[in-house]
Design a protein around this ligand. Structure first.
Ligand SMILES: [Zn+2]
Length: 402
C-alpha cells in the first residue's frame, strides 16, 4: 500500500528561483514531448512510446547542455506524466466516452516529481532516504542538482520512500513523499454504524450522534467576494492585478485546507474515537446533485465525495471496513416497520413521522438506521453481516423504547 507524507518546505530566495526555473523547463519539456507524439501521429500514424521518448531524451542530454544541466530524474518523471495522460486518453477512446479529452499543452506546471534511485548497501539494494536529519528544528530535503532544502518534518516517515514531489501552492512550497507501507489485514468487526450525510448536519450516525456542518466556504464567502471584486477592478496583468490574484488564491487555499483538515479528522474519529469497525454510507453522486442550483453551493461546500474517499482510505490503512449502499428512499422509509411513506420529506422537515406505526424520529437518524439495515441486506454472506444485524436489532429496540 502506498502512503504519502506531506511536509512544509522552506526554500531560500535563490533556491526558490532555481525551483521556478526548473518548473519552466519541465513545462517546456512536457509540451515538447506532447507535440512530438501528436506530430508523429499526424504525419505517418506513428505512435511514440514512453521508452522512445526516454531514449530521445538521453541523446538530447548528450548533445545539448540546455537539457543536461537539469536533473534527469525529473525529466523522466515528466515524460511518464505525458505517457499517463496519453494512456487515459486512449482508455476514454476505447470506452467510447463523449469527451475524449486529448492531453493539452500547459501554460504552467506546479510540481516537480522524481523517483528515488536504488543503490547497493551490503549486497542489498536500498532506496536513498530523501531526508537528512539534523537534530534541530528543521531537517533537510535532498533535491537533485540543487542540494538541500529546509523542511519542517512534523512527523516521521514510515515505510520505504519511493517518490518525491515538490509542489508550489498559493501559500508556499510543500513536498509529498510517497512511501511503500506494509498492508494491514482487515479486522473481524465487532461494531458497525450507518452514516447519513447532509447539509444541515454534516453527518448523523445510526446511534444518533451528530457532527455539525462547519460550512467553511459560507464563512469565508464575504472575504472571497471582496477579493474577487478587488481583482476585477485591477488592470489585467498589472502588478496590482497579480497581487490581488495571489491574495485571492491564498484565501481559497485556506478554505480548502480547513475542509481537508475537518474531513480527515472526522473520518479518523468515526473509526477510532467512536470505535466502529465497520462504517456504512450512501453511494451518492455529488456531481449530479450539484445540478440543483439552490443547493449546489452547500453540497460543494460539504464535499461528501472527499469524505467518503477519506473513510475508504482510513479503513484500508487501519484494517477497518467501509461500504457504500444505494441511496434510494432512505429518508422516506420507516426504520422500524420498513413502510415507505408516499410523500417525500421536505428539507425543512427535520422529524420523520411514520403513519403506520407512529414512530417519531429525527429524519437523519432514521435514514442512518435505514442505511445500516440496507447494508445488512446487501452484504448477506459477508463475515460482518451478523454484526450489522445485531446492531440493527439493538437500534430497533432503542427506537421502540425511546
Ligand atoms: Zn413505521
Amino acid at each position: 500500500m502506498k502512503q504519502a507524507f506531506k511536509y512544509r518546505v522552506y526554500p531560500t530566495k535563490t533556491e526558490e528561483q532555481w525551483l521556478f526555473s526548473e518548473l519552466r523547463h519541465q513545462k517546456q519539456l512536457q509540451n515538447y514531448m506532447l507535440q512530438m507524439r501528436s506530430q508523429m501521429w499526424a504525419y505517418g500514424s506513428v505512435s511514440v512510446s514512453m521508452y522512445d521518448q526516454i531514449n530521445h531524451l538521453k541523446k538530447l542530454r548528450e548533445s545539448n547542455t540546455h537539457y543536461s544541466k537539469h536533473p534527469q530524474d525529473m525529466q523522466v518523471s515528466t515524460i511518464k506524466r505525458v505517457n499517463a495522460a496519453h494512456e487515459h486518453f486512449q482508455r476514454r477512446c476505447k470506452e467510447g466516452a463523449e469527451k475524449k479529452g486529448y492531453p493539452r499543452y500547459k501554460s504552467s506546471v506546479r510540481s516537480l516529481t522524481w523517483e528515488l534511485r536504488k543503490y547497493k548497501v551490503k549486497n542489498e539494494r536500498v532506496r536513498q532516504n530523501p531526508i537528512r536529519e539534523t537534530g534541530k528544528r528543521h531537517n533537510m530535503l535532498k533535491v537533485p542538482k540543487l542540494g538541500e532544502v529546509k523542511i519542517r518534518q512534523h512527523r516521521p516517515l514510515i515505510g520505504d520512500p519511493k517518490e518525491v514531489t515538490l509542489k508550489k501552492t498559493a501559500r508556499g512550497w510543500y513536498c509529498f513523499i510517497v512511501c511503500e507501507v506494509p498492508d494491514t489485514m482487515p479486522c473481524i468487526p465487532k461494531s458497525a454504524c450507518g452514516v447519513d450525510v447532509g447539509t444541515h448536519d454534516f453527518l448523523t450516525t445510526s446511534t444518533g450522534e451528530k457532527v455539525p456542518n462547519p460550512r467553511f466556504y459560507r464563512q469565508a464567502e464575504h472575504k472571497l467576494v471582496k477579493l474577487h471584486r478587488d481583482l476585477s477592478r485591477k488592470q489585467y496583468r498589472s502588478k496590482r492585478w497579480y497581487k490581488a490574484k495571489d491574495a485571492l488564491a491564498k484565501q481559497a487555499d485556506i478554505v480548502a485546507c480547513q475542509r481537508l483538515d475537518f474531513i480527515a479528522k472526522t473520518a479518523y474519529k468515526l473509526f477510532h474515537h467512536n470505535g466502529f469497525d465497520a462504517v456504512v454510507a450512501e453511494k451518492l453522486k455529488p456531481s449530479n446533485m450539484v445540478k440543483n442550483r439552490y443547493l449546489a453551493k452547500s453540497i460543494s461546500d460539504a464535499s461528501w465525495g472527499m469524505f467518503f474517499d477519506w473513510c475508504d482510505w482510513v479503513a484500508k490503512r487501519d484494517g477497518k471496513h467501509f461500504h457504500q449502499v444505494p441511496p434510494h428512499h432512505t429518508s422516506q422509509t420507516c426504520s422500524e416497520c420498513c413502510q415507505k411513506s408516499k410523500t417525500k420529506l421536505k428539507l425543512s422537515q427535520r422529524v420523520f413521522h411514520c403513519k403506520s406505526c407512529g414512530l417519531k424520529l429525527d429524519r437523519d437518524h432514521n435514514a442512518a438506521i435505514n442505511i445500516l439495515n440496507r447494508a445488512a441486506c446487501v452484504l448477506r454472506g459477508e463475515v460482518w453481516n451478523t454484526i450489522l444485524y445485531e446492531t440493527r436489532n439493538q437500534l430497533l429496540q432503542l427506537a421502540c423504547w425511546g
